[in-house]
Design a protein around this ligand. Sequence first.
Ligand code: CP
Ligand code: NVA
Length: 308
Amino acid sequence: MKKDFIAISDYSPSEIQKMLDLAIELKKEWKSGGNPPLLKGKVLGMIFQKPSLRTRVSFDMAMRHLGGDALYLSPNEIGLGQRESIADVARVLSGYVEILMARVFEHQHVVDLAKYSSIPVINGLSDYNHPCQGMADALTIIEKFGTLKGINVSFIGDGNNVAVSLMHVVTMLGGNFTLASPEGYDLDPNALQIAKAFCEKTGSKIRLLRDPEEAAKGANVLYTDTWVSMGQEAETEKRKNIFVPYQVNQHLVEMADPDVIVMHCLPAHRGQEITDEVADGPHSTLFPQAHNRLHAQKAILVELLRGS
Ligand code: CP
Ligand code: NVA
């Protein structure tokens, strides 16, 4: 049966760990001269309903490094669910390419693409989660600390799609997850239930706070993301006011563990959720984190296409 990559929580902790191990191996191999053409002759179709820098370029380059190719399909070309039904798009593309990646507004759209495709489908961000980002984030934390076990990860800001995938990978692999968010910007309740079930197995802890300083105390990882996700543009002014106390700045970094790393999935809105001083400071791991998208996604692609 074909496999999809719609959510980290669809996989077992050992499967996720295996993919992360593969990412580390592929990264080492690439740094020491290149990867073998494991995906020779394979083409990834990339459907985008929203803009992207990292997801688009890292997936395209991942395919090239592995001997395959990628095809960018812009929002205007496909008109997913508008020009043509999602089911029909899925059925047509299944005959042209070997694997799909889709960035969508509604999570159900990527679920439906997977349902009607006969080829693997990867979620490149939805309004619910961002699993490819979560994998790169886990890789970045493991590179720095050697493990996720017992690592305190504090997400400051909106309980959004990026926070959901981060919470899942962290609690699945034994780390502790804290969110500091304003009231009304909490995590998806179903995502929280899933994470609580992981905690019961791993002994991980989740804290849901309002106070960013409390969340920062003792953090090994301080994570932030935009206050206004793609699709929420109409709320920009309201959100920009509400989230002001949730800026990751030098004061917050000083409250955390002295060896804290600061993470952001990017794009960053400097002066809003993160200051220049922190984004460009000694604790920042923003760009190695962005670069790890390439390696984490190679592992996902190889895993899904293995044997196909
Ligand atoms: N972090 C991330 O997914 O970036 P893009 O929106 O540029 O792909
Ligand atoms: N939460 C952000 C992430 C961008 C990569 C968004 O959905 O726009």
